[in-house]
Ligand binder design. Sequence first.
Ligand code: B1M
Length: 209
Amino acid sequence: MKILKQVAEYLEKGDRERVYELTRQAIEQNVSARQILDEGLIAGMKVVGDRFRKHEIFLPEVLMAARAMNAGMDLIKPLFIKEGVTAIGKIVIGTVYGDLHDLGKNLAGVMLKGAGFDVIDLGNNVPAQKFVETAEKENATVIGMSALLTTTMMEMKNVTNLLKDKGLDKSIKTIIGGAPVSEEYAKSIGADAYAYDAASGVELVKQLV
Ligand code: B1M
């Protein structure tokens, strides 16, 4: 769809205003939030990631693309979050310590809220203790972690270890997501589930609670 191609193109250019405006127009044209996300925002960010890896663009451009993505996400968020849904479980989410990437985590948060979960979002750069303390204090039954760096994914293990040490690993389940992690990695650190994307994350969390 032409408008979604444009969303992706302007996201690649880091043009926040245009991404916002085009997303608004797409919503007006009744394009679904899922399609805007997958074929517009995420498609554009994938190109940005590839160019960054090949050193064709640098951090400032990536940051501008991230801001443009947030502008579009702000508009589609309400479409994912149904109002007045009774909470079907409480989950604490965050990006692990040392990691500032939060777009995927935010997306997971939006979709979980949309599915009726009570979501406590600790933000990014979250130490293991903070995840566990908050889940305990808030009586949450799931901790959801995101990591985008190979240098920070091992922080997830600190959380699963801490839960084990405190004897909480049966009552508080863990789910992990993010580009460098996998099903095998989840198993290796004793996490209860691995989500390839935010939508499958919701289904898995439903099973965990
Ligand atoms: Co960075 N960065 N970055 N970056 N960045 C990556 C991750 C990288 C792969 C780029 C590359 O080289 N191609 C690379 C990591 C390499 C590695 O570790 N092997 C990298 C690097 C190196 C860095 C810095 C170290 C660069 C530097 O400073 N020299 C630095 C680190 C800063 C830090 O965290 N300490 C850095 C900084 C940044 C910005 C701040 C500029 C910006 C982040 C802005 C922000 O998040 N607010 C940024 C961005 C945008 C990226 C790329 C281009 C895009 C990531 C993204 O947001 N994608 C990324 C390249 C890439 O991933 N292809 C890259 C869109 C997002 C929706 O996808 O987060 O994967 P993602 O989420 C997916 C799934 O993974 C899953 O669902 C989502 C889809 O539905 N998911 C979950 C994720 N979390 C989940 C949690 C769940 C469930 C599902 O439940 C809890």
